[in-house]
Ligand binder design. Structure first.
Ligand code: LLP
Length: 430
């Protein structure tokens, strides 16, 4: 397993910023989501800094679907970062954490009336309208509230980035956004511009997630800028802002080749600036909304090894005390992970294990063919790269209580989400 910069081997054991995994397991139990707060804060700062531009106003928005808790929302607020939300629940958490609502962008292909009203009441800064029907609905609700909502239109530039089909978002038949090649697209924008209680500010695109090719982002940016020129010419209005989405790929296992986002951003801004000059788009504001690349490497999951079984055909199963209920990604996207035994971190691997969860489903396999030293019941398995889309997609399948989460900052662990109890499983039930 590739170690993160907060992980070290000390006296034969893997430690997190000096903290022993065994001590964490004793104090907080397993499975346990561990989140390295220092590296998350550093990444937020580095992205923000990289986004500073002489050409445009810029805003970093954290795509909070990747990981959102009250503690994470507080960090976003403290670091002065904006937030991409996709539901009333995310907005509620954002507000509880003190994030400036003016810096919140509300996405979603079917925002409910009650969610839109809540967002209007809370003063959400920008609504990213997903389809033409939403235009009228939002306008009516804004009118009822006596406010003007700032809106971007989510567009689908038709770029097919190479990523898993389920996390592609910009193909022609996508449920998200309006297609750039739709003949009625100008009429949709005209309606937004003319709506009495909407302020049409610009465009949005998000080409997918876990993307490794920089060129896809450059291409999509050019498409968007070219489209912006056409809108300006046909409708004689100005595109103030373009939000270019998120989707930057991260490292999970060997073979993943992410680019350095902090190094990429200034070149990306330069590209946008040049296209703006070439095409005559007086763009004032550029926003980016990465999720995964901000949090994934800060998160890992700690499991206790239970029974170990070898099949007739010599397959070695290593069973853990969690599984697809805390990490659905291998089952859903064939996602791959790396892991090691924290208490045997300096020992050589001797065989391949299949790490299987404890849920009633054959597909509940977290890692296939993981090379490890001879494993034993009671060992501690650390799976890296679980910061994004693990906790946020966790379930109570098989009525497993969801794990606790801790943050580690300056070598000190702090509980941020309590472990669910059996009583919690019943707390809404009558
Ligand atoms: N903006 C929009 C409009 C999005 O739809 C998404 C992700 C993002 C930003 C953030 O993308 P990121 O930087 O995190 O790649 N559950 C899947 C990922 C779904 C992503 C959905 N949209 C997974 O576990 O891989």
């Amino acid at each position: 397993m590739r170690l993160e910069n907060y992980q070290f081997i000390q006296e034969g054991e893997l430690v997190h910023d000096g903290v022993r995994y065994e001590d964490l397991a004793q104090e907080f139990g397993t499975p346990l989501y561990i989140f390295d707060e220092d590296s998350f804060r550093q990444r937020l700062r580095a992205y923000k800094e990289a986004l500073r531009s002489d050409y445009f106003d810029t805003e970093l928005l954290y795509a909070s679907k990747a990981l959102l808790t009250l503690a994470v929302a507080r960090i976003v607020a403290q670091e002065g970062v904006g937030q991409d939300i996709v539901s009333g629940g995310e907005l509620y958490t954002s507000r509880a954490g003190g994030v400036d609502p003016g810096k919140v962008y509300f996405h979603g292909n079917n925002k409910l009336d009650q969610e839109l009203v809540f967002a209007l009441e809370e003063g959400v800064g920008t609504f990213v309208v997903d389809n033409r029907q939403e235009v009228q609905r939002l306008n009516r609700l804004a009118q009822e509230q006596g406010v003007v909502a700032r809106v971007l239109l989510r567009l689908n530039p038709g770029i097919e980035a190479s990523t898993h089909e389920f996390i592609q978002t910009a193909h022609v038949d996508s449920k998200f956004g309006e297609n750039i090649h739709d003949p009625e697209i100008y009429a949709v924008i005209q309606n937004m511009e003319e709506a009495s209680h909407l302020h049409f500010a610009g465009l949005h695109s998000h080409i997918g997630s876990q993307i490794f090719e920089e060129t896809s982002f450059f291409q999509a940016a050019t498409e968007m800028m070219e489209f912006a020129t056409k809108v300006q010419e046909r409708l004689s209005l100005t595109i103030e802002e373009i939000n270019f989405g998120g989707g930057f790929g991260v490292y999970y296992t060997e073979g993943d080749t992410p680019f350095d986002v902090v190094e990429f951003i200034p070149r990306f801004l330069e590209h946008i600036h040049q296209e703006a000059e070439r095409l005559g788009v007086p763009l004032q504001k550029v926003t980016l909304e990465p999720g995964r690349s901000l949090v994934n490497a800060s998160g890992s999951t700690l499991y206790r090894v239970g029974d170990i079984k070898t099949t007739l055909t010599d397959k070695h199963y290593l069973f853990i005390d969690g599984g697809m209920s805390d990490n659905i990604r291998p089952a859903l996207y064939e996602a791959k992970y790396e892991a090691l035994l924290a208490n045997k971190a300096d020992q050589a691997s001797v065989k391949n294990y299949t790490v299987a969860g404890k849920l009633c489903e054959s597909g509940d396999i977290i890692i296939e063919d993981l090379p490890l030293p001879e494993a034993a019941t009671g060992d501690l398995l650390v799976v890296n790269g679980t910061g994004a889309y693990n906790y946020s997609m966790a379930s109570n399948y098989n009525r497993l209580p969801r794990p606790a989460m801790i943050h580690i900052m300056e070598g000190k662990p702090r509980l941020t989400v309590k472990r669910e109890t059996y009583e919690d499983l019943l707390h809404l039930e009558l």
